[in-house]
Design a protein around this ligand. Structure first.
Ligand SMILES: NCc1[nH]cc(CCC(=O)O)c1CC(=O)O
Length: 308
């Protein structure tokens, strides 16, 4: 049996690049495909900070509905935008080989980093904000929304010193400036730099096709990071970072929770053999919760709900 695999995607340049990549891989394997671009709620409401919208899965919900209505067969997502709990009937079918996981600072000049002057950095991410303020307590962080292209334009138009982006996103659409500062100290979002493909649970044809695109070590690393996030979270947006790196059959894991102002930080680092890493994310999160993370997560929830 054969059918055309309908590929659902958001319509930003980055999302289209990701969906086209999946399309080319499937076509290379002999499958027929068609792209179905859709606008998500997260892309339509641009005048409010993300965390104020208070909806998890704001970028993925529109495509979930299209899947469940059988208007598409797969949805291609930036994995970090996908809630850790998938809707009933929708399953993870492939994690593609991950690109660079870290964030970069795009800037006009780096002189401000050495000068002891107040500076303004833009980001819409609570995780980036908290980590930036933790390292540079004298700086100001302002909100920045929109797709990658919009955010780069806003940086040019405003008198901010810089803005923070995922390196992978900029690289994919060839907009990574040569002098962007690689933030090796900033813990990335769980699954940052990875692409996830989801499908309908009962769709065996599509599942069988997509399994061929799965990259096992990227899947293992992102699973650990998302287990860490799922165990900590109570469905709220929080400044949480996690990174699992696999080298020579060993997993090097780092997970962290910050207070919203960046002043408090609870982190964990672990080195575990790959064969013993199955529950690494969950165990690490439980240790963070015991080290005061439970209190910190409660504070974050209270502050977040005061915003809504
Ligand atoms: N939240 C937006 C988003 N979702 C995925 C990426 C690109 C990086 C990735 O694939 O993880 C970006 C842009 C960014 O964070 O700068």
């Amino acid at each position: 049996m054969s059918k055309i695999i309908r590929i659902g995607t958001r319509d930003s340049e980055l999302a289209l690049w990701q969906a086209t990549t999946v399309q080319q891989k499937l076509e290379g394997l002999g499958y027929d495909t068609i792209l179905v671009p859709t606008k998500s709620i997260g892309d339509q409401v641009l005048d409010k900070p993300l965390y104020e919208l208070g909806v998890t899965g704001i970028f993925t919900k529109t495509l979930d509905v299209a899947l469940l209505k059988d208007q598409i067969d797969i949805a291609v997502h930036s994995m970090k935008d996908v809630p850790t709990q998938l809707p009933k009937g929708i399953v993870q079918v492939a994690v593609l080989e991950r690109a660079v996981s870290h964030d970069v600072l795009v800037h006009k000049s780096l002189a401000f980093l050495n000068a002891d002057q107040p500076a303004t950095i833009a980001t819409g991410s609570l995780r980036r904000k908290a980590q930036w303020l933790n390292k540079y307590p004298n700086h100001k962080v302002v909100d920045l929304r929109g797709n990658v292209n919009t955010r780069l334009l806003k940086l040019i138009e405003n008198d901010w010193q810089g803005a923070i982006f995922a390196q992978a996103g900029l690289q994919r659409i060839k907009l990574l400036p040569k002098d962007a500062l690689y933030l090796d100290w900033m813990v990335p979002a769980p699954a940052q730099g990875a692409m996830l493909v989801v499908a309908k649970e009962e769709d065996d044809f599509t599942k069988e096709a997509l399994v061929k695109l799965n990259h096992p070590s990227s899947q293992t690393a992102t699973t650990i990071e998302r287990d860490f996030l799922r165990t900590l979270e109570g469905g709220c947006t929080a400044p949480i970072g996690a990174l699992a790196q696999i080298k020579d059959q060993t997993v090097y894991f780092e997970g962290v929770v910050f207070s919203l102002d960046g002043k408090q930080k609870i982190d964990i680092k672990k080195e575990v053999r790959l064969s013993e890493a199955k529950d690494l994310g969950k165990i690490s999160a439980e240790e963070v919760l015991q080290k005061g993370g439970d209190k910190l997560m409660q504070e974050i929830r209270n502050e977040n709900s005061a915003l809504h």
